[in-house]
Structure formats: C-alpha cells, structure tokens
Design a protein around this ligand. Structure first.
Ligand code: ZN
Length: 348
C-alpha cells in the first residue's frame, strides 16, 4: 500500500498560516512568517494521552529539543495544560501552525504524532521535528513558491485516495503553493525537514524526494531568523505625552538584554539640537518620561528600575516581564527623529 519512502502523513492546518493572530506584529522581519510566538516566550509542551508510553514521550522530547538551540523561546515540558498539547493517537501527524494553537480548546491536542504504519526511530524523529517545526511557525517546503516539483497529479490523487485522503486534502497539503511572505526561505530546500518524502512516480520527471531525517542548514537558518537572538527594533516617535513603549520582547527574571542604538532625536522648536543615544543632555531634569533618569537619553526597563542605555548597555530583568524602552521625549513639544535599536537578547 505504501512505499517505504513515505514515512508519515501530515495534515498541518495551512489555513492557519493565512491568518495572522490578532495583535501580533512581525514588522521587524523582512520575511513575514505568520503566527510566530513572541520573542522569549515560555513555550510549554505537554503530552496529553492518559497512560502514554513514557519511552515514547522521552524520545519525542529528545527530538523536539533538537530545535531548541535555534530559537529564542524557552521550551518547558510540563504536565497538564500547555501551549503545545501532544497526542500519539490517530494515524495522521498534525499540528497547528505556531500561535494558531492558541485557538484550540484547552481540552484538545494541538498536535498529533500518529502514523498509519510503524515507524523506525529515524522516521519517528523526522515526524516529531517536522510537526514541531509547524508548531514553531514553519510551513511545508514542498509548497514553497520556489518548489520545482513537477507533480503527476492524477497519480498523486489516486494514491492518496487509496489511503483515505480526498483531493481537497491533497491540494491543501501537497500541491498548493504558498505566497512568498509565508514561505520558510527564499530558495527551495530539498533537504528540509519540512518536506515530505515522495516516490519518483509521483512526479512527471520521475524525481522523487528522499526522506529527510535531520534538520537542514536552511531549516536552522530559517528558525534563527524567525526567533533571532539579536533583534533590530526601530523605536517609533513618541508624542509629547507618551512614555514607555513595549517592545514585545519577553524576558524572565535574571535574563539579560544588551541594547545599542543609533539615530538621533532633534529637539525643537528652539533650533536644531540633535541628540544621539549617548544622551548628551544628561543633566536635564523635569519632564523626563522615565522618573529619576535624565532627559534626552535612551532608557530601558524590564521589571525593575529604568536603566540609562547610552551607547550600549546591559539590563537584567528583575522579574518575568517584557522589555520596555523610552526615549528622551520631553513634555513640551513633539521631537523629531528616531532611535534604531539593536537589541541583543541573551536568552540561553
Ligand atoms: Zn507538515
């Protein structure tokens, strides 16, 4: 019934990737992968089947952890409710794409690691890494806009019909291509863990796709771009009554962030007085947006006292919080200019 090249069937909810979660901004990335978890998010993972095989759980955790060095999330394996809830039941692999998991009722899994056939360890690992790639926001590589695969569609439809998958499923999971902003990378990656394996007779040129069982260089590069350690952040202009700006960068108690900045802010209306992030006017007081700090400087705060950043500084989060920054706006006029911040997050 099934070629040994086909290891598992994945029914990721591709529709999820078409609709970004409300209030979720990816503006600092040139590529706009949808549904990314917030920087520094504590991503909890649980296994929900009562009496699940503990060895299977351990193996799954080992494979999930292969993503860990490449993301700025904190993976935590927990009992009970979690962001990612994994079941081994069923005969299809499945995952929500990134934060779309938040839309799943709490008593239901967000990921299934099931297969129709018995999998060897490498195949099981490939399935786990593939599905967890979806959970982190990655989509299918064979549906890349750059995919060169020349499908023999009638053959593929017939094959999957024999396995109980209708043509709509085949269109959604195999044939349909993503628009560019959704794709994992700019070039097609034949080694991606996010690629299915396909036998040669599925394609008109008889070129199949061999199974990939390890994370490819592009998989890692993509995930590092999606969850970077260094974040570039352009601070918007502040109105004269605005103060702290949340950066959407989550931090945990004790975590450190190094911040550097470029750009200027020009004060008016008394002529042009450009100020750099070094904060020349350290002696000014009065209307500083950050109590106790100097006006005309760049400050950041993460659960404790505001810290003057100058041309580069490190702050340590006092509690679980997110990073806030404030510029040296005063309360007299709206200032000109912007700070281009480079935020280097030391997550691990
Ligand atoms: Zn998939």
């Amino acid at each position: 019934m099934s070629s040994e090249l086909e290891t598992f069937y994945c029914s990721a909810d591709i529709e999820d990737a078409l609709s970004p979660t409300n209030g979720h901004s990816n503006q600092e990335l040139a590529v706009l992968p949808q549904n990314r978890w917030p920087h520094g998010h504590k991503l909890t993972v649980s296994f929900v089947d009562p009496g699940a095989d503990i060895n299977k759980i351990r193996r799954a955790i080992d494979y999930i952890k292969l993503w860990d060095p490449h993301i700025n999330l904190r993976l935590e394996f927990v009992r009970g409710h979690a962001d990612i809830r994994i079941s081994f039941l069923g005969d299809v692999a499945y995952s929500k794409i990134g934060r779309a998991a938040e839309g799943v009722p709490a008593d239901q899994p967000t990921m299934f690691l099931g297969s129709k056939t018995a999998l060897n360890d490498a195949q099981f690992g490939a399935m786990v890494m593939h599905e967890f790639g979806h959970a982190l926001g990655a989509v299918h590589e064979h549906q890349s806009p750059e995919s060169p695969i020349k499908w023999d569609k009638p053959v593929v439809y017939k094959h999957y019909a024999g396995l109980g998958f209708d043509n709509k499923w085949v269109d959604q999971q195999i044939f349909n291509k993503y628009t560019k902003p959704m794709a994992n990378s700019t070039a097609f990656d034949p080694n991606s863990i996010m690629l299915y394996a396909f036998p040669p007779h599925f394609t008109l040129d008889k070129k199949g796709i061999v199974p990939n069982t390890v994370l490819s260089r592009n998989d890692i590069t993509f995930m590092r771009q999606l969850y970077p350690q260094t974040i570039r952040y352009t601070m918007p202009l502040l109105g004269k009554s605005e103060k702290w700006i949340p950066t959407n960068i989550n931090l945990y108690a004790g975590q450190q962030v190094r911040i550097s900045a470029s750009g200027t802010i020009t004060f008016g209306p008394w002529g042009s007085w450009p100020f750099t992030p070094a904060g020349e006017n350290k002696t000014a007081g009065g209307g500083s947006p950050a109590p106790g700090l100097y006006k005309n400087s760049l400050v950041a705060m993460a659960g404790g006292q505001p810290v003057y950043i100058g041309n580069g500084g490190i702050i340590t989060a006092a509690s679980d919080t997110q990073l806030y920054v404030a510029s040296n706006d005063d309360f007299w006029v709206d200032n000109d200019g912007k700070w281009d911040l480079v935020i280097d997050v030391i997550y691990k």
